[in-house]
Design a binder for this molecule. Sequence first.
Ligand code: IPE
Ligand code: IPE
Ligand code: MG
Length: 261
Amino acid sequence: MPLFPSSTRDIPQVKAVPRHIAIIMDGNGRWAKHRMLPRAAGHKRGVEIVREAVKACVSRGVEYLTLFAFSSENWRRPEEEVSMLKGLFIMALEREAAKLHRNGIRLRVVGDLAPFGNKITDLVERAEQLTQANNKMTLTIAANYGGRWDLLQAMRRLVESMPEQRGTFTEEQLASCLAMAYAPEPDLFIRTGGEQRISNFLLWQLAYSEFYFTETLWPDFDSAALDRAIASYQRRERRFGRTSEQLESAGRAPPSKRELA
Ligand code: IPE
Ligand code: IPE
Ligand code: MG
């Protein structure tokens, strides 16, 4: 059984602070271009602002922060940029793992890491092992991640692990094979940089997430910008298919067993 309620099979408990925030960190290239700098400068500044986002999320009580760092489609970029991004990823893993550990943060990396090579897979394995027992917040980096890749690998694993089922598995069984089965579905999805699309991010888990799009470019997305996103989230009514009236009467009545689950 999955650890967390599914938004389509149950009604998740909604808290004022999003339990899980997932972000498409977009706009590094444009940030650099506006300053007549090479794109690499935008990516470097982007890594620095990740630190601020992590700190702010911990201090606001967010339990899971998931950051899209490199999509399965980003290999289509010029080789030079791809290799620069790989270099930055290596540097961040080398420099930040111990700091994350000191701050009680568990690091997970999701995506098909093999094409990045041994150096990255080894660093990821070490950092994940080092931080695995931490419980202040779970930081997930999605690298060479694609929502379709995730669904396919989950289905393959399911079919392999339960051949006798002949494809008759349930939503819960599928969800438990997704790369992020260890986390609840995102409450809040943020995309910086002005584009309004999912770009093959968490296709399954975004089913009932609240979406927040901002023109702010990722390198400018400071803690005040994050607070604006959280404030917007707090003004939403999460109905999960129900009517407003049902929510109002549920607010007056004691929460149902389902909501407490
Ligand atoms: C996001 O910034 C970072 C990655 C995709 C790695 P971009 O590099 O996409 O920045 P823009 O969209 O060109 O401004
Ligand atoms: C999405 O950004 C992926 C990441 C932020 C890692 P892109 O900038 O690559 O997205 P598209 O391709 O323009 O939609
Ligand atoms: Mg972009």
